[in-house]
Ligand binder design. Structure first.
Ligand code: ATP
Length: 335
């Protein structure tokens, strides 16, 4: 049993489905179940359009029309084991929950920051709203401490967002997300807009902070290579569904789902032997149309009789892995 098992689950996503309304609704997230353990980094990978962001918005209660949650529960479990269904929270309860227990870091730091307000004032506003008992001095001290924590000179509290580099802005957003010491941080493509070196620095920072502060992270990106590096466990999404769910090391060594194998073949392994780079031919199914069999069937080189007619459910395929695939053991060889 790993240390995260002993600390238990902090968030459980159960059977969540989301649709975008339209003449034919887009079923963007379909019956997704996941579990975030205390202190772990759970990665969510998949190509653009597979529903990662929609899932993040559903979990953080930020879905806006035309998106509509059609099924499921998102349960937060506190340290005493008491569960709260996030999808049932409203008004003040939801607002309190959002910053204190769960916070979010999204792709565009520029959109998350108010361009006409100094960084310091934005920290002060968070504290004034959520920690009204704090004095002005305590607010200033805590803001400076948070900036230092993410490697930024507290003198920057006087800066406006446009005076900071992209990497610094993203660090500020991460510091804000950590302002009230949340237990869960959901990060959706937090470094995608940044260059590779800055990306790496920020990820190292998140790692350090996670070790120090003990929060859990849901980390969403299309960059599977990066996720394999930073995640404890990984969920691979395809066409709105989780098709594989496994410890990162197992997923890298023995990917069970043909889609995961294809994704792993699509990027170069910098340390391993040179190999042919092959993408996955074809494109994902139209999520507005009914899907009967496996959503990956048209792109799968291993498709056989049941794949077109029977929808595969996520099942245990050994070594802590689950895969939604009809193949026996789902493992069809090294990638
Ligand atoms: N506002 C919207 N209205 C209708 N359909 C939408 C809307 N937003 C997203 N979708 C559809 O929902 C599906 C999932 O999109 P989503 O953005 O969640 O995927 P993603 O994996 O996060 O992709 P990306 O990395 O490109 O953001 C896609 O088919 C997309 O076209």
């Amino acid at each position: 049993m790993s240390p995260t098992d002993e600390r238990g689950t902090v968030l459980r996503v159960e059977g969540v489905s989301v649709e975008y309304a339209g003449e034919r609704p887009t079923r963007a997230v379909r019956d997704v179940s996941l579990e975030l353990r205390r202190g772990e980094l759970l990665g969510i990978a998949g190509e653009s359009g597979c529903g990662k962001s929609t899932l993040a918005y559903a979990v953080t209660r930020m879905l806006k029309p035309p998106a509509r949650l059609t099924a499921g529960r998102v349960l937060y479990r506190d340290r005493e084991g008491k569960e709260t269904d996030l999808l049932a929270l409203e008004g003040e309860e939801l607002r309190t929950f959002r910053w204190n227990k769960l916070s979010m870091v999204f792709q565009s730091a520029m959109n998350a920051l108010n361009p006409v307000t100094s960084v310091g004032k934005q920290f002060h506003d968070i504290f004034r709203a959520h920690r009204p008992a704090m004095t002005a001095r305590q607010r200033a001290e805590r803001s400076a401490e948070l900036l230092e924590m993410v490697g930024i000179d507290p003198a920057r509290l006087r800066s406006f967002p446009h005076e900071l580099s992209g990497g610094m802005r993203q660090r500020v957003v991460i510091a804000m997300a950590l302002a009230l010491d949340p237990e869960i941080v959901v990060m959706d493509e937090p470094t995608t807009a940044l260059d590779v070196v800055v990306q790496r620095e920020i990820l190292d920072e998140v790692e350090r902070l996670r070790e120090r502060l003990g929060f859990s992270v849901v980390f969403i990106t299309h960059d599977l290579g990066l996720l394999l590096d930073v995640s404890d466990r990984l969920a691979v999404m395809y066409a709105g569904e989780v098709v594989e769910y496994a410890p990162a090391a197992e997923l890298a060594a023995r990917p069970a789902h043909p889609y995961t194998q294809g994704l792993l073949r699509s990027f170069p392994d910098l340390l391993g032997p040179r190999r042919e780079l092959r993408g996955i031919p074809g494109s994902p199914p139209d999520l507005r149309l009914p899907l009967e069999g496996c959503p990956f069937v048209d792109r799968c080189e291993h498709a056989f009789e049941p794949c077109r007619s029977t929808h595969p459910v996520l099942r245990d395929v050994g070594a802590g892995r689950s895969a939604a695939c009809h193949l026996e053991g789902a493992v069809v060889g090294e990638h």
